[in-house]
Design a binder for this molecule. Structure first.
Ligand SMILES: Cc1cc2nc3c(=O)[nH]c(=O)nc-3n(C[C@H](O)[C@H](O)[C@H](O)COP(=O)(O)O)c2cc1C
Length: 197
């Protein structure tokens, strides 16, 4: 009887120690996810094979804001070669700005994260359409760029050219989906951006 009582007391003690130990960890992870800026945030992106999409979603988890997929009016082929050596090459060579399927009014936003995969050494054509169709005066653009090994080329400067009047901050440049360290790298990038004035 006494033995059973002692076992119960022992188990209660372990449960108490366990809950006290986990409390600080929970509150810490909440801090990491809190919104770090009081501006209105929009995260727009284009993604064909989902790498840029996954980065967009991770950024949203950290900073909040609205997420918007910039979609072309036509469907791109799902076959890489057909896409890359067909319509993507043609749009790049002729500097075509394909019409968008859905539009978003950016007027009420202060900070706009703009995500694009590298397509033929530059941003995806639909991102060119989005940047040239909207008024970016007084807006801050934060690019995030995913690539297949070539880096970000001159994309940040090209964005600055297209989005007339915007201020542009340091881009996040990611190889494919960013691999195992991507969460840490995103957090570090965001902390650097928002700790600077
Ligand atoms: C049409 C096309 C062109 C590409 N051109 C380049 C390029 O010039 N340089 C490069 O590093 N990667 C290039 N890539 C690879 C993509 O940039 C890379 O896989 C990116 O992460 C894909 O993003 P997504 O999954 O969001 O579509 C190209 C991919 C496609 C589909």
């Amino acid at each position: 009887m006494m033995k059973n009582f002692l076992v119960v007391v022992f188990l209660i003690l372990i449960a108490l120690v366990g809950s006290v130990y986990t409390l600080p960890q929970n509150s810490e992870s909440k801090d990491v996810k809190m919104n770090r800026v009081d501006k209105k945030i929009l995260i727009v992106y284009f993604s064909w094979s989902q790498n840029t999409k996954s980065i967009a979603e991770k950024i949203q988890k950290q900073v909040g804001g609205d997420l918007f997929f910039i979609e072309p009016d036509i469907l791109y082929p799902s076959d890489y070669n057909k896409l890359a050596y067909g319509i993507a090459k043609e749009q790049k060579d002729k500097d075509i700005r394909p019409p968008l399927k859905n539009k978003i009014n950016i007027k009420s936003y202060d900070i706009i994260f703009v995500g694009t995969p590298v397509w033929w050494h530059t941003m995806a054509p639909v991102i060119k359409t989005f940047l040239s169709e909207n008024n970016f005066a007084e807006k801050t653009i934060i690019p995030f760029i995913t690539h297949g090994g070539g880096g970000s080329y001159n994309i940040t400067n090209e964005m600055l050219e297209l989005a007339k009047g915007c201020k542009i901050l340091s881009p996040l440049i990611v190889y494919e989906d960013g691999g195992n360290n991507i969460d840490k790298n995103i957090l570090q990038w965001l902390n650097n951006l928002f700790s600077k004035k």
